[in-house]
Design a protein around this ligand. Structure first.
Ligand code: CTP
Length: 394
């Protein structure tokens, strides 16, 4: 669950206090937990308790943020867990009602959803509730049935919120089911190469490596074995998830890519590779002896064009003009399966946390994506890579 963004929906049930323990357990397992409470839930447990334990402000009002916030929250979620889920929340979800913040987020989210029912036993067995549960199952919701035992009324029956361990196990299963890239080895390059001029100077570019790091994270989260070949130091949280080879020059990157691709099912070249390097790399620092200096450069090899075998090849195109034409030419000339093209004019994209891009595939289809974070972009790109890999496997 490390790094997973879990929305924990809490609804108006006497079992709401048990969700406090769930927050702690999920965070201990490494998940980020955003609590979303219905108005009824706030009558049982304070917002403050959930905010304090989750480390972020619990959300309980649709109108507190700007009108789009439920969409933004939904897009970031890896899993929605609703525990406890009351009869009325289940009914709302079953009929697509988006009248409160939790149901609005759930309706907008495309991630897996785990619903842990908890209510009075008569309410649970009621035909209406059972029909709603059946509807949710048919929509793909995972339902954790209530447990048998003493209820708030003092009666013994089926209605208690399931044990925390069963709820966590259901979340884990839902996460594991998303690991559709298990068994796939993906090579990802990141950063801008550095071509030495002399002992202290080099030629490089403005690439930060952020896109490559986000891709590595997204591919790893879907179960792929990831080899990251990078010129820039990846963030700490990536270190234990992926194999990292640090390189400097285009030549070093080329060797590392060739080696890694022997075992790989896909390569994503997000790195900005130098097209030219100095013909000579002076061993000593060059002294300023004259008014002018000419640096003689020679072409580097095109790394991705030289990758052969059954690998899916995905390139990036950084353009300042004629985006579509340039990208389509690169797709063809480099024999790629897919290209992600960025308009980098005016200093856009390079170094930024956000990007806008167009994905073009070998079959000529293309799709534009508006401004989004590189983390979100990585999810979109890996989804497309997964489709290509799945097609290849058939
Ligand atoms: N690329 C590569 N080896 C190189 C140069 C680029 O593998 N020597 C890859 C990049 O990682 C990227 C794609 O090719 O995935 C396109 O890179 P880009 O810099 O946009 O284009 P170039 O081919 O270098 O052409 P130009 O600089 O003329 O636009």
């Amino acid at each position: 669950m490390i790094g997973k963004n879990i929305i924990l929906g809490v609804t108006g049930s006497i079992a709401a206090y048990k969700a406090l323990d769930l927050v702690v357990s999920l965070r201990t397992l490494g998940a980020n937990v955003q609590v979303v409470m219905t108005e009824a839930a706030t009558r049982f447990v304070s917002v403050l308790s959930f905010s304090a334990l989750s480390g972020q402000q619990a959300i309980c009002n649709m109108w507190e943020e700007n009108g789009l916030s439920h969409i933004t929250i939904a897009q970031k979620a890896d899993i929605i867990l609703i525990a406890p889920a009351s009869a009325s929340t289940i009914a709302r979800l079953a009929c697509g009602d988006a009248s409160d913040i939790l149901s609005a987020i759930t309706l907008a989210a495309t991630c897996p959803k785990v619903v842990c029912a908890a209510m009075n036993d008569n309410m649970y067995v009621n035909t209406a509730t059972q029909a709603n549960v059946k509807t949710l199952k048919s929509y793909g919701f995972k339902i954790v049935e209530p447990a048998y035992g003493r209820l708030a009324s003092g009666k013994i029956g089926r209605g208690r919120l399931a044990d925390a361990s069963d709820i966590i196990a259901a979340v884990q299963v839902a996460i594991d089911e998303q690991k559709d890239l298990l068994g796939q080895a993906i090579v990802i390059t990141a950063g801008g190469t550095r071509e030495a001029i002399d002992a202290v100077r080099f030629i490089s570019n403005r690439s930060s490596g952020k896109m490559g790091f986000a891709l590595a994270q997204a591919a790893w989260q879907r179960g792929a074995k990831v080899t990251l070949i990078s010129t820039a130091t990846p963030p700490l949280e990536l270190h234990d998830k992926v194999d990292i080879t640090m390189v400097d020059s285009a030549l070093e990157m080329q060797k590392a890519v060739q080696q890694a691709c022997l075992q790989a099912s896909a390569i994503i070249m997000a790195a900005a590779v130098a097209d030219y390097k100095p013909v000579y790399q002076e061993e000593q620092k060059i002294k300023k002896t004259s008014e002018h200096m000419t640096l003689q450069l020679i072409r580097t090899e095109d790394i991705i064009s030289q990758v052969s075998g059954c690998c899916i090849k995905v390139g990036f195109a950084a353009e300042t003009a004629d985006l579509l034409k340039q990208a389509k030419d690169k797709l063809k000339n480099k024999n790629l399966d897919m290209i992600v093209a960025n308009d980098v004019s005016g200093g856009r994209v390079f170094g930024s946390d956000n990007t806008q891009f167009v994905i073009i595939k070998k079959d000529g289809s293309s799709h534009f994506y508006e401004d989004m974070s590189k983390t979100e972009a990585a999810t979109v790109i890996i989804e497309e890579v997964a489709k290509l890999l799945n097609k290849e496997d058939k």
